[in-house]
Design a protein around this ligand. Sequence first.
Ligand SMILES: *Cc1c(COP(=O)(O)O)cnc(C)c1O
Length: 340
Amino acid sequence: MTARLDISADAFRSNIHVVTARIAPAELMVVMKDDAYGHGLDWAVSEAVSAGAGWLGSYDVTSALRMRELAPSTRIFAWAPSDDDEVAAAIAADIDLGVGSIEYLLAVRAQASRLGRPARVHLKIDTGLHRNGIRAESWRTAVDEARAGESAGDLAVTGLWSHLAEASDAEDDASQRIFHDALGVLRSAGIELEHHHLTASAASWERPELRGSLCRIGAFCYGVRSADGPELEGIRPVATLHARVLETDADAAVIGIGSLDGIPSTLVGASVGTPQGMRTVLEIGPTTMRIAGWPGAEAGQEVVVFGEGGASATDLAERVGTVGEEILTRVSPLIPRRHR
Ligand SMILES: *Cc1c(COP(=O)(O)O)cnc(C)c1O
C-alpha cells in the first residue's frame, strides 16, 4: 500500500463535543452529505450517534434511508427535492424533509395522504441565495398550504430553515431579517415549530446572533476550517492522508500518491509533513509526487499530505482557490480508508 487515509473517531467525537458546547443552547445537526465529506457515511453515522448527535443531515433521500438503518431513533433531515417514490420512502422511514417550493410541499402532502401518515416538513424561505427556497412574496401562500396540510393530518410543520451566503456579514444580517419575518408569519398562523435553522459551520461558530435553535454543521465536525477563516480552538482534523516514500535521490523523495489519486496537480509549491518537518512539493505526476528531501530520507517512511502532522486540507485548498472539503472529497475512493 502506497497511500492511506486515516480517519480518527477520537477527533470526530471530540470535534462534535467542542461544536456542541460552542453553539449551546442551540442543538447540533451533523451534516453528512458527500459520503460524510469523504470520511465514509456508515462510519460517520455510528460515531456521531455515539457522540450524542441528536440530528443528522443528509442532502438526498437515498443516503438518508441508509442513515435511518444505522440510526433508528436519531432525527434525520433530507433537503434535496426528491421524486414521489423517494418522498414516500422518506415519510415511511420517519425522515424530516426540507421543502423549498409550494409545488414540492403539495407533492409531499400527496404522498403523506396516500400513506396515511403525516410528513414532517421544514419549510425553506429564500433569504437571498435564490437556490431552492420559497420567495418572500409567496410565503403566505405557502404557510396557508402548510396549515391546510396540518389540519388534514397530512403534514406536521416542524421546522423553518434557510441557508446563508456567508459572503459578508451585512448580507447575512439581511438574510436573517427575512428569516425572522418568515418565522413571524408562521407563528401568527398558529404553526408551532420545533426548530428554526439558518447557519452552517462558519456562521454558527462566529455569529451566535444568527443561530436559530438548531445548527447544520458539516465542515467543523470533520475538522475542516473555512478557507480564509481563522484556526478553530479545540478542533482537529479527522482525516489524515499518508503516502509512503517509494524512493529517494540526492535531493528529493518520491511518494506514492499523485494527481490521479485526487491531489490537484496545481499544488506544486505546497508543503507536506515529513519525519523531519515540512518540505516543499516539487512535482506532481499522475501516481507520484516529488518532495524536497530531508536528512535520513528513505523508502518506506511516511509523509503526511494533509491532516495531523502536516498541513490542513484547507491550507492546501487556499493555495489553489478552493475549500478544504474539495481536497478531502477528491481523494480517490481507491485509496484505502483506515477508521480508528
Ligand atoms: C453543506 C451544507 C451545510 C453544512 O455546511 P458546512 O459549512 O460544511 O458546515 C449546511 N446546510 C446546507 C443546506 C448545506 O448544503
